[in-house]
Design a protein. Structure first.
Length: 230
């Protein structure tokens, strides 16, 4: 039998007190950390898609074919899988419509239209399409839904503690949409109220747990929404 002296016993008690929090983590309060955490492949994938979508929005506004080509190549570089949870729609509005994710093929086609017959730009687009689409980076999950006017689309998903959670959402009409992200305790941890076509949130969860995203359509008409998360 091993006998413990007083010093050894105190050391064991102290060690157990230090180790206890890692066994039963306190999940009260707000699940968002102040410190930056390293990006993961999946968070980089969503960041790339969000930047590609925003660049496409800019190219569409300025009628810049070359910018649209770059946006198409960015979107083309990401492998996206379809989400299984479509969430729920709540509110007084009704109506049906369609929703689809923006693809690289869509943006390549827009780039050709914006080229307006410019042979050099068209050749660059053809070359990019010939090389394209291997989806170099994976990990992004896409979910699409038609959101009627005056309704809220809520989608729930889990996030890992110590890894960034990145969310981007894109509407396909002019109707104003707000985006709010909540942790499992109902705390608002991020919001995008810009009414931009492409909205974005990035947070750093402390612990692994569920989050819910709300996309609120305040307009008078419905809109298709495409959501990407890691």
């Amino acid at each position: 039998m091993v006998k413990l002296n007083k010093k050894m016993a105190l050391a064991l008690v102290a060690a157990s007190m230090i180790a206890a929090p890692s066994v039963a983590q306190d999940k009260k309060g707000t699940n968002i950390g102040d410190k930056e955490v390293p990006a993961t492949d999946s968070s980089k994938a969503v960041d790339t898609l969000a930047l590609g979508y925003r660049l496409a929005d800019y190219a569409r506004t300025t009628k810049d074919a070359r910018a649209m080509l770059v946006a198409a190549k960015m979107v083309d570089s990401i492998t996206v899988k379809e989400g299984t949870d479509k969430g729920k729609i709540e509110g007084t509005g009704k109506g049906t419509g369609t929703a689809k994710a923006t693809t690289a093929a869509d943006l390549f086609a827009e780039a050709k239209q914006l080229a307006n017959g410019d042979a050099d730009v068209l050749a660059a687009i053809e070359s990019a399409q010939a090389e394209a689409s291997r989806g170099v980076v994976g990990g992004a999950i896409s979910t699409v839904q038609y959101v009627p006017a005056q309704t809220v689309w809520t989608v729930r998903f889990a996030a890992r503690g110590g890894e960034p959670l990145v969310v981007a959402a894109r509407r396909d009409s002019a109707t104003p949409v707000d985006m709010k992200l909540y942790d499992e305790n109902g705390n608002l941890v991020c919001q995008d109220m810009s009414h931009n076509v492409t909205m974005y949130c990035r947070v750093n969860p402390i612990w692994t747990g569920p989050f819910s995203l709300q996309l609120s359509n305040h307009g008078g008409s419905g809109t298709g929404m495409a959501l990407v998360t890691n």
